[in-house]
Design a binder for this molecule. Structure first.
Ligand code: BG6
Ligand code: MG
Length: 230
């Protein structure tokens, strides 16, 4: 039975993913690295240090910097990113998302946040959404980033729910992989090819309707129960 929803933040609740990408691209340019468009999905969902490593790999600069310099580069990106998010307001909630959260609360579902970003609580405050959530995973307490399932397992545990009682929402292939590795039902928001491992895919948040998603979730549970009986 569906009891909870778990949300990524960047690119799911608000378009802060584009601010992350803009800040990473500015840092890459400074390092003389020309990032192809294909880098974008590889940067989505990854922790700050994992993202920096993705960029350095594209520029063949892995192992070039000391750990102190790596920390300084990550801090520089974060400072640029924080300048971009400072102006965010409730008007920046992606279309359909507020209604989805309201419908979920009306349906008495528990809600959690599973964002790799240390800035996510601050963004949720600025959007006026923080009180919607029963739990927020602290990404600094994790051992592994997405696509490892740890963050989604942690969110489910904070809600005291099982994997087959939650639906999780992601815009990144690394995030969908993390949800599936946690054994949860994955809703992918974005490119159907990139997010093809998800159980339910919509091109953007406007198409997120709790009733339709719940129906797909129930259908999949019935189908997998039938398989177990066979
Ligand atoms: C994820 C973003 O949610 O958070 C990534 O998709 C970002 O792009 C990661 O690198 C870490 O964010 P922060 O704010 O802790 O640097
Ligand atoms: Mg995301």
């Amino acid at each position: 039975m569906l009891k909870g929803l778990i949300f990524d933040v960047d690119g799911v609740i608000t378009d802060s993913a584009s601010y992350h990408l803009a800040a990473w691209r500015a840092l890459a340019t400074k390092l003389g690295i020309d990032l192809p468009a294909a880098a974008d999905d590889q940067l989505r969902g990854r922790s700050r240090m994992d993202s920096l490593n993705v960029i350095l790999r594209f520029g063949n600069q892995l192992n070039r910097y000391s750990s102190a310099k790596l920390n300084a580069l990550a801090a520089e990106k974060n400072a640029m990113y924080q300048q971009l998010i400072v102006q965010m307001t409730p008007a920046d909630i992606l279309p359909g998302m507020l209604q989805l959260l309201k419908d979920a609360r009306s349906a008495k579902l528990l809600l959690a946040v599973a964002s790799a970003s240390q800035n996510a609580p601050r963004i949720l405050q600025q959007l006026g959404l923080i009180t919607y959530f029963d739990a927020i995973v602290d990404p600094t307490a994790l051992h592994k980033g997405k696509p490892d399932p740890e963050i989604y397992v942690a969110a489910q545990s904070l809600l005291k729910l099982n994997a087959d009682e939650v639906i999780s929402f992601e815009d990144a292939s690394a995030g969908v992989a993390a949800i599936k590795a946690a054994g949860q039902f994955a809703v992918g928001i974005g490119d159907a090819q990139v997010l093809r491992a998800a159980d339910y895919i919509v091109p953007d948040t406007r198409q997120l309707k709790l009733s339709a998603i719940s129906t797909a979730f129930i259908r999949q549970q019935i189908a997998s129960n039938d398989c177990q009986v066979d």
